[in-house]
Design a protein around this ligand. Structure first.
Ligand code: 5GP
Length: 116
């Protein structure tokens, strides 16, 4: 089990973070280096390294991550203009922290999805 990522420590309250939501399945906190006015990370409480590692047992937590993203976007006031949710997976996806996380980004036009 990959329980000791930096995000596991945030989930357990062992390192400081600006936590905006926590429930039985997921924790959401502001990214330490925000790329947009709203930049929130939503992570499963139980560490899953990457999206490529999920199984059928993870369907509830994956659904919760998306629903919490939508709720937080509304709370942040970015739902009207729209926003982006992103999951980077492994090396080519640009993943830096190997604890599955969804990025919620909004508050400004975010430009094209990818650089050409
Ligand atoms: P990735 O590239 O893995 O999809 O995204 C990792 C994200 O985690 C980055 O946007 C980075 O700024 C953020 N991050 C890395 N370490 C910390 C931390 O200790 N606290 C918080 N709040 N965010 C972090």
């Amino acid at each position: 089990m990959a329980e000791d990522t930096i995000f596991s420590k945030v989930v357990r309250g062992e390192i400081p973070a600006d936590v905006v939501h926590q429930d039985d399945l997921v924790t959401a906190f502001r990214d330490i280096q925000p790329l947009a006015p709203t930049h929130i990370l939503i992570v499963p409480n139980r560490a899953i390294p990457t999206l490529a590692d999920v199984s059928e047992d993870d369907e509830a937590v994956l659904g919760r991550m998306l629903r919490v993203a939508a709720d937080l976007a509304a709370d942040e006031g970015v739902a009207g203009n729209g926003y982006r949710v992103m999951i980077n997976c492994r090396n080519h996806g640009g993943q830096e922290v190997y604890h599955l996380h969804l990025h919620l980004l909004g508050g400004r036009p975010l430009g094209p999805m990818l650089m050409r």
